[in-house]
Design a binder for this molecule. Structure first.
Ligand code: ADP
Ligand code: AMP
Length: 216
């Protein structure tokens, strides 16, 4: 039973929410390219400056940049017992690059969990999302509010609304997902790695379904 996991799904499917629960359960790191890119944008690094224009439009950041980020991150020593990739890969080119990267380390992907949620629910989730400036944890104004308004339960930092969580940008992100990322469902299905999970229901119940799939 391996724990090299990809969480695949459209924006708002619950990847980040579930990743935060799985990392506690299995003590493996969450690797979110979205979180890494947002930090780079905030720190105005070269990658951050380059990525920002794509993120603001709801487009994907170029493959070469994201692949470089993942290469650096996977070379850190904390992922030897497993890892949860959240938001990567998002294109076939990224998936191919990941396979080559892992192979050179004698590793491979064990499970690709594909979380499905209908588009109108996705929009409602994303436009009500609040994100922690400190640890990146997501909340929802109605579906998963923090204990104290505007403050992260986990780390106490301030919550904010992401620029790209406005409805117009979210609709663009859904189109980007359909055209560039959805083909990965077939890609990983062909490899026998796809584990579909229904993303509608309570956060807790979905987490139990994920654990069942991973421990089967
Ligand atoms: P992703 O990382 O896939 O973009 P998130 O995990 O950030 O998605 O979830 C998107 C929004 O939906 C967040 O505001 C989160 O609190 C909320 N959310 C996550 N899972 C559920 C769920 N099962 N039911 C209702 N809302 C949810
Ligand atoms: P996320 O936090 O996963 O919703 O990602 C936010 C934004 O970061 C996306 O809309 C993309 O612009 C960019 N991004 C995150 N991950 C990737 C990736 N694997 N490939 C390309 N762009 C990405």
């Amino acid at each position: 039973m391996g724990f090299n996991i990809i969480l695949l799904g459209p924006p708002g499917a619950g990847k980040g929410t579930q990743a935060k629960l799985l990392i506690k359960r299995y003590r493996i790191p969450q690797i979110s390219t979205g979180d890494i890119l947002r930090t780079a944008v905030k720190e105005q690094t070269r990658s951050g400056v380059r990525a920002k224009e794509f993120m603001d439009k709801g487009a994907l950041v170029p493959d070469d940049l994201v692949i470089e980020i993942i290469k650096d991150r996977l070379s850190m020593p904390d992922s030897t017992a497993g890892f949860i990739l959240d938001g990567f890969p998002r294109t076939v080119a990224q998936a191919d690059a990941l396979a080559i990267m892992l192979k050179s380390d004698d590793k491979s992907i064990d499970h690709v969990i594909s979380i499905t949620v209908d588009n109108e629910e996705l929009v409602q989730r994303v436009i009500g999302r609040l994100t922690c400036r400190g640890c990146g944890r997501g909340y929802h104004l109605r579906f998963d509010p923090p204990v104290e308004k505007g403050v992260c339960n986990a780390c106490g930092s301030e919550l904010y609304q992401r620029d790209d969580d406005k409805e117009e940008t979210m609709r663009a992100r859904l189109l980007t997902y359909e055209s560039q990322t959805a083909p990965l469902i077939q890609y990983y299905s062909t490899l026998g790695l796809l584990r579909p999970v229904d993303g509608l229901g309570s956060i807790h119940d979905i987490n139990e379904s994920l654990a069942q799939v991973l421990e089967r």
